[in-house]
Design a protein around this ligand. Structure first.
Ligand code: PEP
Ligand code: MG
Length: 747
């Protein structure tokens, strides 16, 4: 019986291939295909619905429903049974469609006569392109074999849609990857850029989804799986040898690569008429759909592993390699689902912009984009399905909008915008060498955040007084092995040389959370942001911290040095870290190396508890720097990387401001120098507010120094404070409205 179904399905695919080979246009092809599916499946109705835009499905071809309904009947995603199949990305199979929850009656189609309904998503790698439906009068459930055959057909339809086999008149049949598309995402980093798409993970194209020689295809699949196994084993043995810690992930890869059920499913797909590539993609699509639906982080990770492994297998089969040969275009705009800071740093500063389908504003990848001052848009849903290497793209980081393959009008308006932004930059340049002195005479000292050698040239151009935060971990993230002390000390010396006497506050390693070193054991922690990270790692495993402190002392070679420890959560942690510094000093002295002429040892205040630390904390620290990114996430209990909750809470919320004021007061009472180095310091309205509540030193990404300085020079800090107090007296939750009114009154 199963053999018969397989051969039926193979026959159907064979007919499908013949139909596709005919020299007919998109609409005629679709009509022919629905006819032959209905005939092969012996159903009265077969219809194909395709998306005309991201939200609307359109009936594009039918056998059995009223012909007039074609291109007229539309439904929104989630609407009716067809919309439900598209949204849930799963099959709906029912003997009583009208009785089904969500059924929507479309009178123009005449479908009320049909009782049975089976709808299958036409999907490619987890992206739904449309829905394939069969219906019949007799009330019956379609068998598992029939549903499977439909899924196989839908898979082929998806590949053919991707390849442009059904291009015709009207929006629903327009060519994929050709039309202009706009994506509305979230602002990650301001700025505007015109460039060309460069895909982080190149798209593998499958041009031959159907095969009539299952034996040959199974042999190809098996050979490819063997190659895959060998390469995974090789990676695994390299990883073991290097003591690297991706071992766990690779073990999972090996498990999948040897999984009998994975291979069996693909062989079944081949037996039903698919090519080896299409079989891999079919299973990969299913895994992606499950990945999107699973709540279980562990399962999602494993499905992610399987996805990656499927990509490798596809590359072996298609011979397209990890590098598909796509050269990096001029003005490359990187498109990725998500990217870690290490991977991003590997691209270097060649990128002109970044667009992520997921991502988050608080992530360290976003911080890297900000350090590079290149526009970043995150949450651009659907861009990976649409974008092809080399496509023209406009990234509007000011509004979080991306135009892919823009038409001429959009592109020329966009160029005007770029010119306008350049003018604004010129204006900022004119205040570059002036102090950030408010009208009332208060001066705020502005510093920049850095972490890479490439950031240092900005020190001169930005108008910053020094580096208020040097994130040393970025240097560790760009390597694939732990740097040696001599390398580190040479690097820090270069940083100090480039700073040319300006102060650089080096922050010791903040590893953990989203900053994962490829050569350190990943910790499977349920909540890494609150886990074993930063100084906690530094104190528990002090080897690296010691090496870093020594490297810093050697680099200073007698010059002044400022070092701060990240994520201090209690007095003792600061004391223990400081003791490490004292030991390092002692050792250097014994070795006869020069000690810094002035040494400042500070702490980052990133955990709310430290605002209530004993006085000794503020006495013993030479300076304190508020890490606003972490402090805010813990203050509001809102993950900085979770877009859903991150934006609920305003930095200008009165509770948060009162809290910062308290830290300002404690530092003032003890005479401890205080600065603020989270991302908020670089936002002009936030910066003015922080100045108004008493901060006198702010550290931000280099590109923000100009805009912040311009605004500070136009305000009166005493007036701004009065505006804040009045808003608080009125019982407002956030002082943003009042500040915006005040600033707009200033013009
Ligand atoms: C912060 O938390 O505000 C900070 C500056 O440190 P990071 O963003 O590197 O965690
Ligand atoms: Mg932090």
């Amino acid at each position: 019986m199963a053999d018969r179904i397989e051969s039926d399905s193979r026959k159907l695919l064979g007919r499908l291939r013949d139909a596709l080979a005919e020299d007919s246009a998109g609409q005629a092809r679709l009509n022919r295909i629905v006819g032959l599916i209905a005939d092969s499946m012996q159903t009265e109705v077969c219809s194909i619905y395709l998306f005309r835009d991201t939200e609307t499905l359109e009936l594009c071809a039918t056998e059995g429903l009223q012909a007039e309904a074609v291109h007229q009947t539309r439904m929104r995603l989630g609407e009716g049974l067809v919309g439900r199949v598209a949204r849930a990305k799963t099959v709906t199979n029912t003997a009583d469609a009208p009785g089904e929850k969500g059924f929507r009656y479309m009178p123009e189609t005449g479908e009320e006569r049909y009782s049975s309904f089976c709808g299958v998503p036409i999907q490619r790698l987890g992206d739904v392109l449309g829905v394939l439906v069969v219906q019949s009068k007799a009330a019956r459930l379609f068998s598992a074999d029939e549903v499977y055959a439909l899924e196989v057909v839908a898979m082929v339809l998806a590949e053919m849609t991707e390849l442009g086999a059904f291009v015709g008149e009207g929006a629903a049949l327009s060519a994929r990857h050709k039309r202009p598309v706009m994506f509305r995402g979230t602002i990650g980093q301001e700025g505007a850029v015109e460039g060309r798409v460069y895909l982080h993970e190149p798209r593998v194209t499958v041009t031959n989804p159907i095969s009539d020689d299952p034996e040959a295809e199974v042999a190809r699949l098996r050979a490819a799986v063997d190659t895959l196994r060998v390469s995974v084993d090789q990676m695994l043995s390299d990883a073991h040898e290097g003591g690297a810690d991706q071992v766990q992930v690779l073990e999972a890869y090996r498990m999948f690569a040897n999984s009998r059920s994975w291979i069996r499913r693909m062989e079944e797909d081949i037996a039903s008429g698919l090519s080896a590539e299409a079989a891999v993609e079919k299973e990969q699509s299913l895994a992606r759909t499950r990945m999107g639906q699973s709540e279980d982080a562990y399962l999602r990770d494993r499905l992610h592993d399987l996805d990656d492994l499927s990509n490798r297998l596809l590359r072996i089969l298609t011979g397209q390699g990890a590098d598909t040969g796509a050269a990096m275009p001029e003005n490359p705009v990187l498109i990725a689902r998500n990217i870690g800071p290490g991977e991003l740093l590997e691209y270097g500063k060649t990128l002109k912009g970044i667009v992520l389908e997921e991502g988050s504003v608080g992530s360290h990848a976003a911080i890297v984009a900000r350090a590079w001052a290149i526009p970043l848009v995150i949450n651009a849903k659907g861009i990976l399905t649409e974008a092809l290497n080399g496509d023209p793209i406009l990234v509007d980081g000011e509004q979080g909008i991306v135009h892919l393959r823009p038409d001429d009008n959009v592109a020329s308006a966009f160029r005007d915008k770029i010119a306008m932004l350049a003018k604004a930059q010129e204006r900022y340049a004119s205040v570059r060498d002036l102090p950030a002195e408010a009208r009332c005479g208060t001066t705020i000292s502005l510093h920049m955040n850095a972490g890479l050698m490439a950031d240092l040239p900005s020190l001169k151009g930005s108008g910053a007084e020094g580096v208020g935060l040097f994130r040393t971990e970025l240097q560790f993230l760009i390597r694939n092995q732990m740097p040696r002390r001599s390398e580190l000390s040479a690097l820090y010396a270069r940083v100090m040389n480039a700073a040319d006497g300006k102060r650089v506050a080096f922050r010791t390693l903040d590893i953990g959370s989203d900053k994962v070193l490829p050569y350190m054991k990943p910790n499977d922690e349920p909540n890494p942001a609150m886990g074993w990270r930063a100084i906690r790692v530094g104190l528990d495993k002090p080897g690296v911290l010691r090496m870093q402190l020594q490297a810093l002392l050697r680099a200073a070679a007698g010059r002044p040095l400022a070092v701060m420890f990240p994520f201090i959560a209690q007095l003792d942690e600061f004391r223990a870290a400081r003791a490490e510094m004292d030991k390092a000093l002692e050792r250097e002295e014994i070795l006869g190396h020069p000690l810094p002429e002035k040494l400042e040892v500070g702490a980052m205040l990133e955990t709310p508890g430290m605002a209530f630390a004993p006085d000794a904390f503020f006495e013993e620290t030479d300076f304190v720097s508020i890490g606003g990114n972490d402090l805010k996430q813990f203050f509001f209990a809102a993950d900085r990387e979770n877009e859903r909750v991150r934006r609920r809470y305003d930095t200008l919320n009165v509770s948060f401001l009162a809290f910062i004021e308290q830290i300002v007061a404690r530092c003032a009472a003890m005479g401890t120098p205080l600065s603020f180095c989270g991302e908020d310091a670089g936002r002009p309205v936030e910066a003015v507010t922080l100045a108004a509540i008493g901060l006198r030193s702010l550290s931000m990404r280099p590109a923000s120094v100009g805009p912040v300085k311009s605004l500070i020079r136009r305000v009166d800090i005493t007036e701004a404070k009065a505006v804040i107090d009045a808003a608080r007296d009125r019982g407002e939750q956030s002082v943003r409205g009042a500040m915006m009114d005040y600033l707009s009154r200033l013009g």
